[in-house]
Design a protein around this ligand. Structure first.
Ligand SMILES: Cc1cc2nc3c(=O)[nH]c(=O)nc-3n(C[C@H](O)[C@H](O)[C@H](O)COP(=O)(O)OP(=O)(O)OC[C@H]3O[C@@H](n4cnc5c(N)ncnc54)[C@H](O)[C@@H]3O)c2cc1C
Ligand SMILES: NC(=O)c1ccc[n+]([C@@H]2O[C@H](COP(=O)([O-])OP(=O)(O)OC[C@H]3O[C@@H](n4cnc5c(N)ncnc54)[C@H](OP(=O)(O)O)[C@@H]3O)[C@@H](O)[C@H]2O)c1
Length: 386
């Protein structure tokens, strides 16, 4: 086996050119300009999460005034921003601080060893050349900064859903969304109600799907947020740019902290607030307690934010709906649920985790409503959530 070529010795080695890695490099340039550094990035582009995920509607659910860099104001139109805008913000920041010349793309770090006598890390990376051939290289560094994110880029998390392989429709994972996927006029089921699902459902409903069903085994708290921040608009009008950004950033930090503290101290109050806010946006007879009333307290799990009530609007318009039940198993032309009816004919599924296109037929959706969430005494979906 050929020995790995030693390609550089630097003060700081950063792994990953996502939001964190680019931010770390900018901090070095700003505060320690004499420090030498390199960024090793496994992929061929910077941006990390915001380059990898391309599903419809992909966006942040933290406001960008706090998720963005303190040293470079977020100037986008929306506090909860689209993936494209966040990728652009990372790229612009890297350009402004001349970070890109320090990045070595297609270098996947596979090993890091510390030597006390040398006071150095030796980091081994697998380099992939343009023709696809691979070789190993090493970099030595005094300080190793891991900015590599928290999930597996190559192997997306697969939910264990029985019978998925038997399903006749198309199954798509949001982490590897096909760029040419045409879901116009299709009936789609999104499995799960985490942040991915809650983003995907209104975006696909808007994007031309015939109907989108969010199939969740347990409900999630959903917080409606204004699409445009009134504090930001006021501060930007009244204050110089730098002071305005400080006010906006701190107002968001305090709002998030305040909501979190209130949720811990007065969970019942926050639960009632979230419920009454959702009730205003959904039809009067909507079974809120089945679909939007989690069994845990607010912020026991991550609370999902929706800008401009987009999820609730999609449901109110009839283009999207929620089913609360467990998947018993996938069938060639549908999904059998544990407590309700069989959910679909000929479809595609997207657990969010994944999405499934082509579900459920109107007749079947209506049947499910009758047999489950309109019949609390029957084979109740509520039991799923207790
Ligand atoms: C769709 C989506 C939306 C999200 N929204 C929010 C949000 O609103 N708020 C929030 O706080 N968080 C959110 N997150 C979590 C999000 O991943 C982080 O907030 C943020 O983008 C993390 O940035 P990062 O640079 O730390 O990691 P990543 O964005 O994951 O970037 C890591 C980089 O490291 C590279 N890398 C990994 N391993 C190696 C290796 N061995 N060698 C070389 N390079 C490597 C990757 O290729 C990648 O470029 C979201 C996640 C997803 C998937
Ligand atoms: N900013 C954003 O809008 C955004 C978008 C995407 C992701 N993210 C971040 O990325 C992380 C992951 O988010 P995510 O939405 O992909 O995952 P998640 O929050 O873990 O939610 C996964 C969903 O899938 C359901 N699920 C899991 N296994 C299942 C199974 N076997 N059968 C049926 N349902 C199943 C879960 O149900 P239960 O709740 O019942 O377990 C849950 O509703 C989070 O940190 C999130 O904040 C953010």
């Amino acid at each position: 086996m050929t020995a790995a070529a030693h390609v550089a010795d630097v003060d700081v080695l950063i792994v990953g050119a996502g939001l964190s890695g680019i931010g770390a490099a900018c901090h070095l340039q700003r505060e320690l300009p004499a420090t030498s550094y390199l960024i090793l990035e496994a992929r061929a582009a910077m941006g990390g999460t915001w380059d990898l995920f391309r599903y419809p509607g992909v966006r942040s659910d933290s406001d960008m005034y706090t998720l963005g860099y303190a040293f470079r104001p977020w100037r986008g139109d929306h506090a909860l921003a689209d993936g494209d805008d966040i990728r652009g913000y990372i790229e612009d920041t890297a350009r402004e601080y001349a970070v890109e010349r320090h990045i070595r793309y297609r270098h996947k770090v596979i090993r890091a060893e510390w030597s006390s006598p040398d006071a150095r890390w030796t980091v081994t990376a697998q380099r992939t050349a343009a023709d696809g051939s691979t070789s190993e290289v090493t970099v030595t560094a005094r300080f190793l900064y891991a900015c590599s994110g928290y999930y597996d880029y190559d192997n997306p998390h697969e939910a264990d859903i029985p019978g998925l392989a038997d399903f006749g429709g198309q199954v798509v994972h949001p982490q590897s969304w096909p760029a040419d996927l045409d879901y116009t006029g299709k009936r789609v089921v999104v499995i799960g109600s985490g942040a991915t699902a809650i983003t995907l459902v209104p975006a696909m409903a808007r994007g031309g799907a015939e109907h989108v069903t969010m199939l969740q085994r347990s409900p999630t708290y959903v917080l409606n947020m204004p699409s445009h921040d009134p504090v930001a608009a006021l501060a930007e009008r009244a204050l110089p740019a730098r002071a305005a950004y400080g006010v906006i950033r701190w107002s968001h930090i305090l709002q998030s902290w305040g909501l979190y503290r209130l949720s811990r101290r007065r969970p019942g109050l926050v639960r009632r607030f979230l419920r009454s806010d959702a009730a205003k946006l959904l039809p009067a007879d909507y079974p809120l307690d089945v679909h939007f009333n989690p069994r845990y307290d607010p912020w026991d799990q991550r609370l999902c934010a929706v800008p401009g009530a987009d999820l609730f609007r999609a449901i109110a318009s009839g283009r999207a709906s929620v089913v609360t039940d467990h998947v018993e198993r996938f069938l060639p032309r549908g999904i059998r649920l544990r407590y309700g009816a069989q959910a679909c004919q000929q479809g595609r599924a997207l657990p969010a985790n994944r999405a499934t296109k082509g579900m459920p037929g109107r007749r079947h959706a209506a049947a499910m409503r009758q047999r489950s969430w309109e019949d609390p005494g029957g084979p109740s979906m509520r039991r799923v959530t207790t």
